[in-house]
Design a protein around this ligand. Structure first.
Ligand code: SF4
Length: 281
């Protein structure tokens, strides 16, 4: 645990989301935290990172939120599960931070992505930050597991240029085992985005022995293709960069011996999506 009596103040910007960050708002009273979440004037953030090229189009700033309602076995950032691990950041400060990058983001056809954790745990803050970004002419993308999609009104969806929807696995029982939660609300959100014609990318993490079942991937591919608003699919190879966080946080980790997939297996998964008529990378 970080010793807040002696440690220097933590900067909002991190080199990568794989920096372990804990207890950054442990001194914020619970009632203040609840009020902040309800009005969205303060966000609880793991960090900002810059230069990302895998979290939406172009080169992007990513705001990593703290707090997640799922517990994925392969999560790379379990320090983002608890909101109290995030740094309390006033909306005005987050907006100012973003303002510094606005010209560069436009030149590099990028924008702001809000990821997590699960950003919609702090839906009010997310909407306010996206609205501020749009006012600066910055492209906005939300990386979400979709479970809390009904926290966004139809009007608020307009402030989001692109939804990166994480589909974890198709079979409901496997999904509950993998994430601790049902996938039906995620599918409902996907259908709603499709009905509203909101652009969407699907993200699929390929984990050998866990999410590499051909039928499961084909079912997701069929579903995604049926929506009509999925512009591309990113197959993300599992890696172990977050493994040390599980150890340091003392959370039992079941994938210690799991290796990243071979490139040809990633290509194989991409082909399943392509066969369904989608662009996959
Ligand atoms: S939804 Fe994302 S942040 Fe939450 S547990 Fe799963 S992988 Fe981790």
């Amino acid at each position: 645990m970080r010793d807040t009596r002696t440690a220097p103040p933590m900067s909002l910007e991190a080199k990568s989301p794989y920096e372990l960050r804990v207890d950054l708002s442990k001194d914020v009273p619970e009632t203040d935290m609840r009020a902040a979440v309800q009005n969205g004037d303060i966000g609880f953030l793991h960090s900002f990172t810059t230069g990302a090229t895998v979290d939406g189009p172009g080169v992007r700033v990513v705001a990593w939120t703290a707090g997640c309602n799922w517990r994925c076995q392969y999560c790379h950032n379990p320090d983002t599960w608890n909101m109290t691990n995030g740094m309390p950041v006033p909306l005005a400060r987050a907006t100012e931070e973003l303002r510094k990058y606005r010209h560069g983001l436009k030149i590099m056809n990028g924008g702001l992505t809000i990821s997590g954790g699960e950003p919609l745990m702090q839906a009010r803050f997310v909407v306010k930050l996206f609205t501020a970004a749009k006012a600066m002419g910055i492209h906005t993308a939300l990386d979400t597991n979709g479970y809390l999609g009904d926290r966004l009104s139809d009007a608020e969806l307009q402030a989001i240029d692109l939804v990166l929807l994480d589909l974890k696995t198709w079979n409901p029982e496997k999904h509950r085992k993998l994430t601790g939660m049902d996938n039906a609300p995620t599918h409902d959100f996907a259908r709603r985005l499709a009905a509203k014609k909101r652009p969407m990318w699907v993200r699929y993490v390929l984990v050998p022995g866990l999410t590499d079942d051909v039928k499961d991937i084909a079912d997701i591919a069929r579903f995604a293709a049926s929506l009509g608003n999925v512009e591309r699919v990113d197959v993300l190879p599992f890696h172990q960069m977050g493994q040390y966080k599980w150890k340091q946080l003392g959370i039992p980790y079941t994938l210690e011996k799991t290796e990243p997939p071979e490139p040809e297996n990633v290509e194989w998964a991409c082909e399943i999506f392509r066969t369904a008529g989608l662009q996959a990378y």
